[in-house]
Design a protein around this ligand. Structure first.
Ligand code: SF4
Length: 275
């Protein structure tokens, strides 16, 4: 049975550090690198992946993204969802932009094979973030940082020593992903405005107000992006004060009765589900 060793890069620090770590500590493994491109990533993410590609001299297989001819991009799916913006409670974006394309790619490229999937979960992260460890016959998940006891400071050293450093968006945002990601805090939205005003306006244009019902369909539950910007301009501390009132913003949402990590960690079952 053919075996493949895949590391899915997110455009964030941990998966990038894992790529460097695997090269240094497990050089005998024939690693392959994939990036599932939502088509709405930040420019800094693409730049970071380019730097990683150059430093390690690796090829990164890009899955999805707007360049694929048959790609159903975010705007296609938004229309399919009746312009209902994805949210923490209804995270359809992860399914259609990340999980489906990856599952489809695995199905096409790894048929009758065994996939070893390497994940950059650190030893100092919440253990429940690892979700279920799969017993699936097609995908086996590995957590080298957890196994070898690496924590945040180790990631800093790995990325510093190889000259890659952290992604440039880290000075205003803590996670990779779509420019409109609803996991952003209000301060991060303002960071988006300061660093990419065009993307901020693009995200803002997707928000809707229904004059009949008076309902707002916005990325933040309580305020539209334009109102947020206005409030920030009149009071620079607005975001800090407002965010301290938010609770459980980063609680992992449920996706069809399971959390998204269930699907990532049980991709073999997930692929069968979609067949
Ligand atoms: S980065 Fe955010 S908006 Fe993009 S797919 Fe993931 S959860 Fe959805």
């Amino acid at each position: 049975m053919k075996e493949r060793h895949l590391l899915a890069l997110s455009g964030g620090k941990d998966s990038a550090a894992l790529a460097v770590y695997m090269r240094e500590h497990y050089p005998h493994l024939p690693m392959e690198y994939v990036f599932i491109d939502s088509g709405c990533e930040l420019p800094e993410t693409y730049a970071y992946l380019d730097r990683l590609r150059t430093i390690l001299g690796i090829n990164i297989i890009r899955i999805g993204g707007t360049s694929s001819k048959d790609r159903k991009d975010f705007y296609y799916w938004l229309k399919m969802k009746n312009n209902y913006l994805p949210s923490i409670q209804n995270r359809w974006c992860t399914e259609v932009l990340k999980l489906f394309p990856y599952a489809k790619w695995l199905k096409t490229n790894c048929t009758n094979g065994l996939v070893h999937s390497y994940v950059g979960l650190r030893a100092d992260e919440r253990s429940d973030r690892s979700g279920y460890v799969t017993n699936g016959e097609k995908v086996i998940q590995h957590h080298p940082f957890v196994k070898d006891g690496l924590v945040y400071s180790d990631i800093q050293h790995i990325l510093g020593d190889c000259g890659l450093g952290f992604p440039d968006y880290y000075h205003w945002r803590t996670r990779s992903g779509c420019f409109f990601c609803f996991f952003q805090t209000k301060s991060e939205w303002i960071g988006l405005y300061k660093n990419h005003p065009d993307l901020f306006m693009k995200a803002s244009a997707l928000e809707k107000y229904d004059p009949v019902s008076g309902k707002q369909f916005t990325w933040n539950d309580d305020i539209s992006l334009l109102d947020l910007l206005e409030k920030y301009k009149s009071n620079n501390n607005y975001c800090k004060t407002s965010e301290s009132k938010e609770h459980n913003r980063f609680v992992l949402p449920k996706l069809k009765g399971q959390n998204s990590e269930y699907y990532v960690n049980n991709l073999s079952a997930f692929i069968r589900e979609r067949e």
